[in-house]
Write a protein that binds this ligand. Structure first.
Ligand code: SF4
Length: 389
């Protein structure tokens, strides 16, 4: 409050929604859903005559993705901005409950910030484990309700039937922090930076190669190369960059001039996601890296739906055989077959995101696939034709 001043009191429901729509703010949790649309959906679904069914608002700071550190950094540096956004969004939709979810490491700082404010007494802070799926929307709702931090085995539409069956607005903590700034300074202020399709600023986490995990606030629409440099890294010697984290896609080093926008990343199957970039040095094997990630993702699933119980472990196993140097030429096609089988079959996005990562690896590291099938590895400096000779 000392930094940004008091919360605006003249922002009615429709003004906040209108301002968010004009700003073009997209969710920062990964799906990039327009922030205003979630508010409007909950506002539309609520029954103003029923206090028992009054909406719920949730700030999601679970950040289960291991290569992301932006939410933890934000909650450590500016918890009050997140609280501001939570209060403003909740008031706009007439919420009766306010929840903030984070991990053990951030809990004391967040709880202290909530306790400092007279206007935040309604906020309940919850701890969730540091696990890949604990930030998935339905997993957050289950955890708040006293259940496990795992996605529900049935798809749910939070805007109409979330926590306790009530209309629920769940936003990533960075989205709420941006909401608080837009509420104070307006959509025009937000759009003074960034591009038409990626307005404003966003937080990114860059790690890998020789770079320790680094969080930066950057202008929307920057190139991947300039983001790497802004984080203190270099594109020299890079083989590829994983964009969007473990549910993202690989971008070859030849395309680092692509911007962090949906349009420019679409040809690679990537999206800006939660602003995660993982650098891969050219001397490291992209297949082995991808195999390690696929194994991790297969282990993280709740195994309550068919694709996670059977498909992901099998797909990870076949990819690992390829990565370890099996010369069975049927392996790439088998990975693709399994990826097609799991896609669209889970209750949540986990099988789809994992399949996307694996398919992207087969495409971007196609030369490595050939080298492995020939008994070599480009990362070891042993080329397929050398082995064949
Ligand atoms: S798809 Fe996988 S992670 Fe998602 S709910 Fe089903 S078992 Fe759990």
């Amino acid at each position: 409050l000392a930094t940004f001043g008091p919360l605006p009191t003249d922002l009615g429901r429709s003004r906040l929604i209108d301002e968010l729509q004009a700003s073009g703010l997209q969710g920062r949790g990964g799906a990039a859903f327009p922030a205003w649309r979630k508010l409007a959906a909950v506002d539309h679904a609520k029954d103003p005559r029923s206090l028992a069914d009054a909406p719920v608002v949730v700030a999601n700071g679970a950040e289960g993705e291991p290569r992301s550190a932006k939410d933890a950094t934000l909650l450590a540096a500016s918890p009050h901005l997140v609280i501001d956004g939570l209060l403003l969004a909740g008031r706009a939709i007439g919420a009766a409950e306010f929840h903030l979810v984070t991990t053990a490491a951030r809990l004391p700082n967040v709880s202290r910030a909530v306790a400092e404010r007279a206007d935040a007494v309604a906020i309940r802070v919850h701890e969730v484990p540091e696990a890949f799926l604990s930030g998935e929307a339905s997993a957050v709702i289950r955890a708040i309700g006293g259940g496990p931090s795992l996605p529900r085995d049935k798809a749910m539409r939070l805007s109409s039937s979330g926590l306790g069956g009530r209309p629920t607005l769940l936003h990533n903590v960075e989205t709420l922090a941006q909401t608080a700034l837009i509420a104070r300074f307006g959509a025009t202020w937000f759009r003074r930076l960034g591009t038409e399709s990626e307005p404003g600023t966003r937080l990114v986490t860059v790690s890998g190669g020789r770079l320790a995990p680094t969080v930066r606030e950057v202008v929307g629409g920057m190139t991947i190369a300039s983001l790497v440099e802004a984080a203190g890294g270099t594109t020299d010697g890079l083989g590829a960059v994983l964009v969007g984290g473990y549910h993202g896609a690989w971008l070859p080093a030849t395309h680092l001039r692509a911007r962090l926008t949906r349009q420019e990343l679409a040809p690679f199957g990537a999206t800006p996601g939660a602003g995660i970039l993982v650098l891969l040095d050219s001397h490291r094997c992209g297949l082995r890296e991808s195999s390690a990630i696929a194994n991790y993702l297969a282990e993280q699933s709740a195994r309550q739906c068919g694709p996670c119980a059977n498909g992901l472990p099998k797909m990870a196993e076949v990819l690992e055989r390829l990565a370890r140097g099996s010369r069975d030429a049927s392996l790439p096609a088998e990975v693709r077959r399994l990826a097609a089988l799991v896609r669209g079959r889970g209750s949540c996005h986990h099988p789809d995101g994992t399949a996307q990562l694996v398919l992207s690896a087969l495409t971007v590291f196609a030369s490595d696939v050939d080298a492995h099938l020939a008994g070599g590895c480009l990362a070891d400096g042993v080329l397929a034709n050398e082995v064949a000779a």
